[in-house]
Design a protein around this ligand. Structure first.
Ligand code: ACO
Length: 329
């Protein structure tokens, strides 16, 4: 075990498509109001891809930015991982499209499906391969084009979701830095709390499934809400404990950007002061796999990440899945 090296994030990037859907736009589409959306979720805008834009198109600018900031050429990448549940195609993996477009000619590539927890899963599944020397340089991207699977006649979901992606380059870093611990969990018993029933093998696409709007996200909002507050608290405490740290040690926490009330609830239960939380959901809504790396990129651009800081990522989502990671920046 003494041959393990520390693994950290050496470059970040983010991208959201330029089109914006405001609460006032949504007032004209479903029975809702700007006031209801802001007070119940904290969201004002979301960025929405146009008809020609797929998930790899929004992932690529984020990936290029992360590589540039890490000072790494695409040909030096050993692995490209795309965390998404809105791939360009069911086959092949969106990561392969990205690998090709980047010119990552020496890299393997695969997609990882863990919904909104996908970026944290990807980080923690890839890092040990670098730690053991199996490979050196990896690109982990999280991103979703949720607008393509959102039912804009369902006010219970359409006000929440947006499109966006973020990326991180993982490489060996000096001992004591980088990823310190992780905590990853799942409970498939909650599958139907948040899922897309149609268009895959359980219910292949037919005229009937399309008419029934089965290709869109279905969510039991209240149930997910209750699970989310518990899951955030549990994951943060477990991951911090595994790193031998407490909530008092946290310098910055980047949570999944689903609902400001979920974040506020978790912040209160954990006793982590408001100014340590990175929050951008008012501008992007819930971008699922893109949520954490997009917020991380924003924190980086705002100068909120300092060498030596204890940084926590925490998420929950479809699966159900939930988890957290602790890093020393
Ligand atoms: N505008 C106006 N009224 C609405 C809207 C809307 N957009 N949506 C729901 N309502 C109504 C409901 O119909 C209900 O009306 P009723 O009392 O007449 O039946 C009332 O508002 C209250 O509904 P609730 O569902 O109890 O509202 P709640 O306060 O729970 O907020 C919300 C709903 C925002 C969906 C919340 O439950 C939530 O955020 N849940 C978590 C969702 C989440 O985080 N999902 C992401 C998972 S990540 C992933 O993997 C994609």
């Amino acid at each position: 075990m003494d041959t393990l090296v520390s693994v950290g994030i050496t470059g970040v990037g983010g991208y959201a498509p330029p089109g914006i859907l405001t609460n006032h736009d949504l007032e004209k589409m479903v029975d809702t109001s700007d006031e209801w959306i802001r007070t119940r979720s904290g969201i004002s805008n979301r960025h929405i891809a146009d008809a020609a834009t797929a998930t790899s198109d929004i992932a690529l600018p984020a990936a290029r930015q992360a590589l540039e900031r890490a000072g790494l050429a695409a040909e030096e990448l050993d692995m490209v991982v795309m965390a998404t549940f809105t791939p360009d195609y069911l086959l092949p993996a969106t990561a392969c499209t990205i690998q090709h477009a980047l010119g990552a000619t020496r890299a393997g590539a695969f997609d990882l499906a863990a919904a909104c927890t996908g970026f944290i899963y990807a980080l923690n599944i890839v890092a040990p391969s670098i730690a053991t020397g199996q490979f050196r340089n990896a690109l982990v991207i999280g991103g979703d084009t949720l607008s393509k699977v959102t039912d804009y006649t369902d006010r219970g979901t359409c006000v929440l979701f947006g499109d966006g992606a973020g990326a991180a380059v993982l490489q060996p870093v000096p001992a004591g830095r980088g990823l310190l611990s992780s905590y990853l969990r799942a409970d498939g018993g909650g599958c139907e709390m948040l899922y897309i029933p149609g268009g895959s093998t359980r219910k292949p696409a037919t005229h009937e499934t399309v008419d029934a709007r089965d290709h869109f996200v279905k969510m039991s909002g209240n149930e997910v809400f209750r699970f989310a507050v518990r899951a955030l608290e549990e994951a943060v405490l477990e991951a911090l404990g595994r790193a031998g740290l407490t909530t008092a040690d946290v310098d910055l926490i980047v949570p999944h950007q689903a609902n400001i009330r979920i974040i506020d609830g978790a912040a209160k239960r954990l006793g982590i002061p408001e100014d340590r939380w990175v929050i951008n959901l008012h501008e992007y809504g819930n971008t699922s796999g893109g949520s954490i790396p997009l917020a991380l990129n924003e924190a980086y651009e705002q100068g909120r990440l300092h060498e030596g800081d204890v940084v926590v990522f925490v998420a929950f989502g479809g699966g159900l899945t939930w988890g957290a990671s602790v890093l020393r920046w």
